[in-house]
Design a protein around this ligand. Sequence first.
Ligand code: ZN
Length: 310
Amino acid sequence: MGWSKRGNGRSYNSLNGYATIIAFLSGKILDYADRIRKCMHCEKGRKVDDHDCRKNFNGSAKAMEADAGAALMNENKVLKETNLAARVLIGDHDSSTIAAFSVYINPTRIIDVQASVHTGLKNIRGDLYLRGNKILSIPLKDALQSFRQFLNLSSKPCLLVAHNENFDKSHLLRAILKCSLVESFNIIAGFSDSLPLFKNHFGSNKTPGEHKLSTLAVKHLNVKLDDQFHEALYDVKILEQLVSLTNEDHLFESSKSYNACLTHITKLNITASTMQHLSPLKGIISDRILEKMASVGIKYEDLLRIYQTK
Ligand SMILES: [Zn+2]
């Protein structure tokens, strides 16, 4: 979005704004829109229908961007004709439209029944469905590249925060490793978990599930429990609001670096693949000991060879 008058700091009072949408891959302009707040003729007291009135907006200069952005995404002819739904909106650094990032990734496996109940997502013959409606999804690598673009909008390194982060973090890191994009994501400074932060801040009365995102949100944010929970974008917005109630410094103090997390995941991957070589011992030796053996690379064949050469 561009404004006729430059805004500085927190002051934006331009009377006109112009917005375009540019396709991510082709770099071509797909559509444009303007937002005009003042008309010379209307100011002089003339009626709207007796002149070529261009005034089409009543909000603030800053609100123009979100308004034009939403209109360009929702009413664009090219997107409609090709039946494309835009899932990723990339704005510039000072934009108020960059609040969120969300894409769906092509499903590669059947989503189990319990997960479907939680998320509303189903894989039907390779297409992704959300609560019965087919939704647009993209390949994993494209999704990661869009996510990196989104992170790059920040001029500073990013700390990624998730609730009970181990699950989300290991999925993201495995995807980054799988797509060979380790270096591209150096903008991630580290990861932090909001679970210990919330336990510390909101306290505990030892009831089961009291630190679940939905429970905390109902209690502290005055939101209603409905089926929007587990929709990633909604969960993230709730998480952001809950974190803002706490002392965010703890998130930085308890964070783990990107490189340390990658090293940990790589070790786990090696352990998992070595475990396959220990399968004849499953049920004979405890899983814990098997994991220990796998983590230092001991295989069943090694044990056999050493036994036989003695
Ligand atoms: Zn007018």
